[in-house]
Design a protein around this ligand. Structure first.
Ligand SMILES: [Zn+2]
Ligand SMILES: [Zn+2]
Length: 350
């Protein structure tokens, strides 16, 4: 077994502490990644505090982290995709059944036997717990690791593994590109990636935000327009003008106001999870053949496509790099949206 140093929490109220555990030995198809950076995703916070107990109860001790980047330090005999020294990434899952229709089609996140999530889950033996990227090593089958070819500092690459693919996938699926009007609701960890990616795809990008103070940032990230949503008058002239709107907001809000902004056959994609159900007015959808869609991360092929796109267009997340002893504070600040735009834990010096 491989001795691993991680940072764990033992209950919803507990604090993170250093924790030693073991990962499996490197098998024929495995690679060992020496983790350099792990992003802090809002899901980590929900898991640490067991806030999604009804859907996915947290298994403690919990080592979160599914935005992982590091260097390959060992490869199994049968590995072909990686060699020692390569930069590799890990996203939200580390294995799946490989046989069901979603797995075969490359949508492993929807594995019918349930994928092995990167933390707070089990491997496909359904016994061995998974521990995430707030740790110094990860052993993973090469088919579930991503190749990273981005140049330079890797801290900004880590958040691509979740925030990047979460926004890239619906932008591609609904045709963001030249001549398309794309709206991004909320300028946080997801929203800032959505702006960068949609702009790089050639779309005309508008940010919708409640904070007028974010306008300069939005434009610097690549947005062409910025709309403060607190005043409904700002939205009236935009009715019927958007092809696609990504709604990243996880607080309760009225989606009908965004449906109204869609043009004929436009789509509103929800990727945030507000606590309460939304009430949708059917007339708003019917008049204009409009759609509401959801989207969850991406499978391995599309995640790799996203990473290659980001390498080509030099896209990374804007990050604040922290040490592990700052995790608690970083969680508090993330909950307050006091980060531009993602905390990343430096695991190579931890
Ligand atoms: Zn995430
Ligand atoms: Zn499957």
């Amino acid at each position: 077994m491989i001795q691993t140093k991680g940072y764990a929490t033992d209950s919803p109220e507990a604090k993170f502490h250093p924790w030693a555990f073991e990962r499996r030995d490197v098998g024929p198809h495995d690679i060992l990644i020496d983790i350099e950076y792990a992003g802090i995703c809002h899901s980590d916070i929900h898991a640490a505090k067991n806030e999604w107990e009804a859907m996915m109860p947290t298994t403690y001790p919990l080592v979160p982290g599914h935005e992982i980047v590091g260097r390959v330090s060992q490869v199994g005999d049968a590995v072909t995709k990686f060699k020692v020294g390569d930069v590799a990434g890990i996203g939200c899952f580390v294995d799946s059944c490989r046989e069901c229709p979603p797995c075969k089609e490359g949508y492993q996140q929807f594995c019918q036997k349930m994928a092995a999530y990167t933390y707070s889950g089990t491997y496909m033996d359904r016994v061995t717990p998974t521990y995430g990227g707030y740790s110094d090593k990860y052993v993973i089958d090469e088919n579930y690791a991503l190749k990273v070819t981005s140049d330079g500092d890797l801290a900004g690459v880590a958040p691509l593994m979740c925030a990047g693919i979460t926004t890239y996938s619906p932008l591609r699926r609904f045709g963001a590109g030249p001549g398309k009007n794309v709206g991004i609701v909320g300028l946080g960890g997801l929203g800032h990636m959505g702006v960068k990616l949609a702009a790089a795809m050639g779309a005309n990008v508008t940010v919708f935000s409640t904070s007028p103070s974010k306008e300069a940032d939005a434009k610097a990230l690549g947005a062409h327009n910025f709309v403060v949503t607190k005043d409904p008058a700002n939205l009236e002239s935009l009715a019927g003008t958007f092809d696609l709107i990504l709604d990243t907001v996880s607080a309760d809000h009225d989606v009908n106001m965004y449906i109204n902004l869609l043009g004929v056959r436009g789509t509103l994609v929800v990727i945030g999870v507000p606590p309460n159900p939304n009430v949708v007015h059917s007339f708003g959808l019917i008049f204009g053949n409009k759609s509401i869609a959801g989207s969850l991360i991406g499978g391995i092929p599309e995640t790799q496509e996203m990473l290659d796109f980001c390498a080509k267009h030099d896209i990374k997340s804007d990050v604040e790099v922290i040490k592990p002893d700052y995790i608690e504070t970083a969680y508090d600040r993330t909950v307050r949206s006091d980060v531009r735009y993602r905390f990343v834990i430096d695991m190579k010096n931890a």
